[in-house]
Write a protein that binds this ligand. Structure first.
Ligand code: TLP
Length: 356
């Protein structure tokens, strides 16, 4: 393992559980990248991008989709398309848009984040959501612009929002004439856990952003999907944000393969995450709520106060296993295409040693 971990950069060979964003493209993706038909996508002339957008819209059950460089830009452009300056974005206080996207909708679009507590299961109390949606009639209040949900929910440990909850939130949004946007960075993981076609989830939202570059293992890219006029507006905002790309078919080609070949293997990541969680749960000094291990994310607490999270992560790193800190005493491990079932046993053993 010394060889793997020497120097500042992590060499290939480490068991990298920091995120599913670290996945490298599959051989089929590299092949597709090499052979991709290309054109200038700002002119709408990249055939591979067009193919990806059409396929994505169909799979996700929306009229149209647009390729953006990142999940962050996807969410931001969707929020800016839905809301106007001074309007409120009603969302959870643990969601990625609120915690990890540099306040973009506020900084660049003048929207106001109205953050409501996220419960451990990733949901927002529906009464609180309704109250937030109601606010705005009084001229002292800022009007609501949209509601956002996240599924699977990253900071809550990859939990999956039930379809009945999505439907109930959608009903509230509709009652108040608000669009419901879904940060579905890992929406296919949610569909796999629920055992449904992804459209059973997305039919309860007006727009959705999902990532190709996480569990689906493509190197770059996210899609925003929704009604065609909305997507036209997102396309305009993507340009405004500097996200109009030229021969983007270079990486869209990997996205086409991702949608075709990688969704079907996500269950493997979920099984590996569960095995990892079971192994970690047996180690004294860690505590895990197994009920929240529902997809490819394992979130656990370092309850042994003799060791800091930073020290634990260093000890793991020295053993060739990488995990991430989520603040406080919370650690996150994410399984993905680059991690095999045999790596899980090794990672558990490394954790046991790191805590001894
Ligand atoms: N999440 C990353 C980090 O930013 C935390 C990760 O390692 O999990 N929505 C959700 C739910 C996400 O988890 C992420 C990325 C994004 C949006 C943003 O996607 P990118 O990184 O493509 O901008």
């Amino acid at each position: 393992m010394d060889e793997i971990m020497s120097g500042a950069t992590v060499r290939r060979g480490a068991i990298d559980l920091r995120s599913d964003t670290v996945t490298l493209p599959s051989p089929a993706m590299r092949e597709a990248i090499a052979r991709a038909d290309l054109g200038d996508d700002v002119y709408g002339e990249d055939p591979t991008v067009n193919q990806l957008e059409e396929r994505a819209a169909e799979m996700i059950g929306k009229e149209a989709a647009v390729l953006v460089p990142s999940g962050t830009m996807g969410n931001l452009s969707a929020l800016l398309a839905h809301g106007r300056r001074g309007e409120r974005v009603i969302l959870g206080d643990e969601c990625h848009i609120y915690c990890y996207e540099a306040g973009g909708a506020s900084a660049l679009g003048g929207l106001i984040y109205h953050a409501l507590p996220n419960r451990a299961d990733g949901t927002i109390d529906l009464d609180a959501m309704r109250k937030a949606a109601e606010m705005g009639a009084d001229l002292h209040e800022s009007p609501p612009g949209l509601i956002c949900l996240e599924n699977t929910h990253n900071r809550c440990g990859g939990v999956v929002l039930p379809i009945s909850y999505m439907a109930a939130a959608h009903a509230i949004a509709q009652e108040y004439g608000l669009p419901l946007h879904l940060d579905g960075a890992r929406i296919f993981n949610a569909a796999v856990t629920l055992g449904v076609d992804v459209r059973e989830i997305t039919r309860h939202v007006d727009s959705v952003q999902f990532c190709l570059s996480k569990g689906l293992a493509a190197p770059v890219g996210s899609l925003v999907a929704g009604p065609r006029p909305f997507i036209t507006q997102v396309r305009r905002i993507r340009k405004l944000l500097g996200g109009g790309m030229r021969q983007a078919g270079v990486f869209a080609a990997a996205g086409v393969v991702a949608l075709r070949e990688m969704v079907g293997r996500l269950a493997e990541d979920h099984a590996n995450a569960y095995t990892l969680a079971v192994g970690l749960a047996e180690i004294p000094g860690l505590s895990i709520d197994m009920g929240l291990v529902q997809s490819n994310i394992v979130r656990f607490e370092l309850s042994d106060s003799r060791l800091s999270v930073a020290d634990l992560l260093t000890r793991l790193r020295e053993r060739g296993v990488l995990m991430g800190s989520m603040g406080g005493r919370i650690v996150r491990a994410v399984t993905h295409y680059g991690v095999g079932a045999d790596d899980i046993g090794y990672a558990v053993q490394a954790m046991r040693e790191a805590l001894t």
